[in-house]
Write a protein that binds this ligand. Structure first.
Ligand SMILES: NC(=O)c1ccc[n+]([C@@H]2O[C@H](COP(=O)([O-])OP(=O)(O)OC[C@H]3O[C@@H](n4cnc5c(N)ncnc54)[C@H](O)[C@@H]3O)[C@@H](O)[C@H]2O)c1
Ligand SMILES: [Zn+2]
Length: 407
């Protein structure tokens, strides 16, 4: 029996034995989760069956009602998208009904900044009588998916939610995950739930219209997961950095798919998909990244902040003797080669008592989960290791090192 289950059994036995003042019955059940993650090209081409199959595979003999929320930034570069969606649904009108034209929602962190947008989507879901056998489809970047996911999960206590991620980061990381959320009280993802999607449909075509900035930003998550889980993939990233830096399609598509697979493996087999323990195993470099995002009021993209967080924690891993000298420079070289800047003045921002503001990220990281502080560091490029203490002086020295090498 795995160690965690043994501890649980022991806990149950202890409580049962101690229940001398009453009786106790343990309620116990588990709910299996499964969802398909597709990789396709031109999802809304009428002859592409991916969406049709996704909507009809549970019940094939009815018309499926869908409501669609779309990222307004995506609509700016693809104004024809609502017509394409409508065309697809008209073509498959025996099986699909679009209850209202696709609804544009604010792009990026703006949609995560106010609960008002969640309520607006919940109202649309109610007004168009979307029930638990209908579908809420989200098309957009990671921020839009996080917000729509929350609205879907909290309407009628959970409506089938299909994610169509349209950025590198949302295809290779956030879209395949089980979390949603919006920012509140100055904290990233404070209000959210764990709610696996009904399906994830990755369409490579969206990557083609993405800005250079967002193509680069999403690659941080690939470097992250390679560093903590997969030496071979890390070496592949180094060998293909030239191609990735010019966004070569084959290289980008392999990077996205492999990164998504590694995230899926962790969720399915890591033993704690809903993060009830103290560890956030996929969040290497993220304690600083989340704080840098809030300090800069989200001027830094999530991926850009993650790249800085990776550089910081890799230098820290060297300073505390886990990694050999030079490994930090190697990781920084890869990140810079991919187009990241590894210095931001927010790293030096201080609170009124003179403390580095970024250090507050450690407390917030711990409080998000509860339990002991658990930070992932590296003891090899490709292997993460968990520690429960971070030395403020070594963090400050890591920041100093990043500052010195920025030229
Ligand atoms: N739920 C999770 O597990 C999880 C994991 C990682 C990150 N996240 C969250 O994801 C968010 C970051 O996601 P992101 O990097 O996708 O950024 P984003 O959602 O902010 O999108 C970046 C920009 O790209 C635009 N855009 C989207 N698709 C486009 C396309 N195909 N062509 C042109 N422009 C397009 C958007 O309008 C936006 O302006 C953060 O809020 C982060 O916290 C969530
Ligand atoms: Zn991330």
């Amino acid at each position: 029996m795995p160690e965690k289950d043994q501890q649980k059994e022991a806990g149950v036995a202890a409580i049962s034995a101690a229940s001398t003042n009453g009786t106790v019955s343990w309620q116990r059940f588990s709910v299996p989760f499964e969802y398909p993650v597709y990789f396709t090209d031109h999802l809304f081409a009428p002859e592409n069956k991916v969406l049709l199959q996704t909507l009809t595979h549970l019940e094939s003999d009815k018309r499926h009602r869908v409501i669609v929320f779309v990222d307004s930034g995506l609509l700016e570069v693809r104004p024809q998208l609502p017509t394409e969606i409508q065309g697809y649904i008209n073509y498959h009108s025996d099986s699909i009904e679009l209850v209202t034209p696709p609804i544009a929602m604010p792009a990026g962190e703006k949609i995560k900044a106010e609960l008002h947008f969640i309520e607006q989507m919940q109202k649309a879901i109610a007004d168009y009588h979307i029930d638990r056998h209908s579908y809420v489809i989200a098309i957009g970047g990671g921020a839009l998916l996080d917000a729509v996911g929350l609205a879907a999960a909290t309407s009628h206590r959970g409506i089938r939610h299909i994610r169509i991620p349209t950025t590198v980061l949302s295809q290779n990381d956030s879209g395949v995950g089980v979390k949603n959320g919006v920012n509140l009280f100055g904290q990233k993802n404070y209000t959210g739930t764990f709610a696996p999607p009904f399906a994830v449909l990755n369409d490579y075509d969206y990557i083609r219209s993405l800005s250079q900035r967002d193509k680069i930003a999403g690659m941080a998550e690939a470097v992250k997961v390679a560093l903590i889980r997969d030496t071979e993939f890390y070496e592949w990233l180094e060998q293909n950095a030239d191609n990735l830096a010019i966004f070569d399609e084959n290289a980008m598509q392999y990077m996205i798919k492999r990164c998504a697979e590694l995230h899926m493996q962790q969720i399915a087999h890591g033993g704690d998909p809903f993060e009830s323990g103290s560890a956030r195993p996929l969040d290497y470099g993220h304690w600083a990244a989340h704080k840098l995002e809030t300090i800069t009021r989200y001027h830094l993209r999530h991926g850009e902040a993650v790249a800085i967080g990776l550089a910081l924690d890799t230098r820290y891993s060297v300073l505390c003797g886990l990694l050999p000298e030079g490994a930090d420079e190697r990781v920084c070289f890869l990140l810079e080669h991919l187009g990241f800047k590894l210095w931001h003045a927010a790293l030096e921002s201080t609170t009124t008592d003179g403390q580095l503001e970024v250090l507050k990220g450690l407390t917030e990281f711990r409080e998000h989960l509860g339990g002991a502080l658990t930070i992932t560091l590296l003891d090899a490029l490709g292997r993460g290791i968990e520690v429960h203490k971070m030395d403020d002086t070594l963090v400050a020295q890591s920041i100093e090192w990043l500052k010195l090498r920025r030229s």
